[in-house]
Design a protein around this ligand. Structure first.
Ligand code: NAI
Ligand code: MG
Length: 493
């Protein structure tokens, strides 16, 4: 077993000041896979100071975008060169099926390449003339890195969530302190090695593993941080925002969801079944944008339910490393218990449990559960309204477009939504009326680094990915010059 008991601070691997460690567990075997350094406020302080020094005096923010882009491309190649090995680490730490881990890691490398391109473009685009109505003045708007960024990320896509924050921050010229989830810290630590091999200057990226209440809270409280980027639960996001409010830190939040999927009765049932399943069961349903509330038009409701149930029962469950497995274990004992509680709650609320919820008989260890289909779920019920973050889909029928839209939008969340129909005009109309940051038509979940990602309502603040993701890490400065040789005239007559 490799050792992961150090933190990556100022370009070096260092032991945590207080020497603490914690164990990370393989959710398939329930065995410890590594002992990992537990950072405390002292370590976070060192990491922030290193990032501050690298920002204030180091080469990174002063390099051209093209030079930064070249380093980002090396990081991407570093990930690609170790793809199978890193994917296996991800599977063992998180539980997800290997093809999905390979997918995530390829996307993570692609994210670094995409932002390398935006860094290169920044050289020509960072300064733009601003037209003023007074010809004695000339003005430009200039984009500059926001400073030292702190990133706190979750466990569902460990390396990919790191890439979504590290790549744009570094492209912009920021320096960063990254705090991975205590449930899945390993690939983020590997990113430290990859960054060092790519000759990223010391202090530009610092990685502190540890618990949310210690390392995470210390990062969100630290006065040396200019910008905080967080992905995770609504309660933690709210806490982070409150802490950040003290010294007016710039925050962007990507929080939970309870995303609707509206299926009209002219849809191809087989296509609907596949997208519904992918929308809620990939990554064991531990996806912020999972389409966990499915609204099916009355005309095909029972037929679709039947076909869906058939297919859901065929889903192969097991170790993420086993060929053909579609559903791995839930990430942790704690998350497994939460999903089981939601299941019990759904039954109590009177939803029809069509299939799933039990432990697959052939699996003796691991946080495994059969994927769940709840039908006839009441709109007022807890399972319809709250994020379960597991392989549980809630379905109910609807009569017409107006009712489907009202029901879909009746949520405190607004991350994603999906609509399926052969009538593309109807799809466009519904897509525009949905109150969500991401809308999929005739599909659910495909995600592109080029397109904006983020939520309405309590699903978050700000957008990641694309140029929007870069703007998260940029400040805008105006530089205005007085060009006239005449006195201003405030007091000289
Ligand atoms: P969480 O939101 O508590 O954890 C996410 C990150 O925040 C982790 O790195 C954690 O260490 C850190 N953190 C925790 N408390 C903190 C604090 N006080 N200050 C600063 N950082 C802190 O999520 P958790 O507990 O892992 O999962 C709980 C629920 O959150 C899930 O059941 C799910 O509903 C939701 N969730 C949503 C995600 C999304 O992508 N939107 C991802 C992960 C979880
Ligand atoms: Mg783990």
């Amino acid at each position: 077993m490799k050792s992961y008991d150090q933190l990556f601070i100022n370009g070096r691997w260092v032991s945590p000041v207080k020497g603490g460690t914690f164990e990370t567990i393989d959710p398939c075997t329930e065995r410890v896979i590594a002992s990992v350094a537990a950072a405390t406020a002292e370590d976070v302080d060192l990491a922030v100071k290193a990032a501050r020094e690298a920002f204030d005096h180091g080469p990174w923010p002063r390099m051209s975008g093209a030079e930064r882009g070249a380093v980002l491309r090396k990081i991407a190649s570093g990930i690609r060169a170790r793809l199978p090995e890193l994917a296996e680490v991800e599977v063992r730490d998180n539980g997800k099926p290997l093809p999905e881990a390979l997918w995530d890691l390829g996307d993570a490398a692609g994210c670094f390449e995409f932002y390398a391109g935006l860094a290169e473009e920044l050289d020509g685009k960072a300064e733009n003339a601003v037209a003023l109505p007074d010809d004695r003045f000339s003005s430009i708007a200039r984009k500059e890195p926001v400073g030292v960024a702190g990133a706190i990320i979750p466990w569902n896509f460990p390396m990919l969530m790191a890439a979504w924050k590290v790549a744009p921050a570094l492209a912009a010229g920021c320096t960063m302190v990254l705090k991975p989830s205590e449930l899945t810290p390993l690939t983020a630590l590997e990113l430290g090695n990859i960054a060092a091999a790519a000759e990223l200057p010391a202090g530009v990226l610092n990685i502190v593993t540890g618990f949310g209440t210690d390392a995470g809270a210390a990062l969100s409280e630290h006065p040396g941080i200019d910008k905080l980027a967080f992905t995770g639960s609504v309660p933690t996001g709210s806490k982070i925002m409150q802490t950040a409010a003290r010294d007016i830190k710039n925050v962007s939040l990507e929080l939970g969801g309870k995303s609707p999927f509206i299926v009209f009765d002219d849809s191809d049932i087989e296509a609907a079944v596949e997208w519904i399943m992918f929308g809620i069961f990939w990554n064991q349903g531990q996806v912020c944008s999972a389409t966990s509330r499915v609204l099916v038009q009355r005309g095909i409701y029972e037929r679709l339910l039947e076909r869906l149930t058939d297919e859901v029962r065929k889903i192969r469950i097991g170790s993420g490393l086993e060929d053909g497995v579609l559903l791995g274990p839930i990430v942790s004992r704690g998350q497994y218990d939460k999903v089981q509680e939601a299941l019990a709650r759904g039954k109590l609320e009177g939803a029809r449990l069509v299939t799933g919820g039990g432990r697959p008989a052939h699996l003796k260890t691991g946080y495994f559960m059969e994927p769940v289909v709840f039908a006839d779920v009441a709109e007022t019920s807890w399972i319809w309204r709250e994020e379960i973050f597991g392989p549980v889909v809630c379905i109910r029928p609807f009569e017409d477009e107006a009712q489907a839209l009202r029901s879909a939008n009746d949520s405190r969340f607004g991350l994603a939504a999906a609509v399926m129909s052969k009538d593309l005009e109807r799809c466009d109309r519904v897509a525009r009326a949905l109150r969500a940051g991401i809308v999929w038509i005739n599909c659910s979940q495909p995600t592109f680094t080029e397109a904006p990602w983020g939520g309405y309502k309590q699903s978050g603040i700000g957008r990641e990915l694309g140029e929007w993701g870069l703007n998260n890490y940029l400040e805008t400065k105006q530089i205005t010059r007085y060009d006239s040789d005449k006195p201003w005239g405030w007091y000289i007559k």
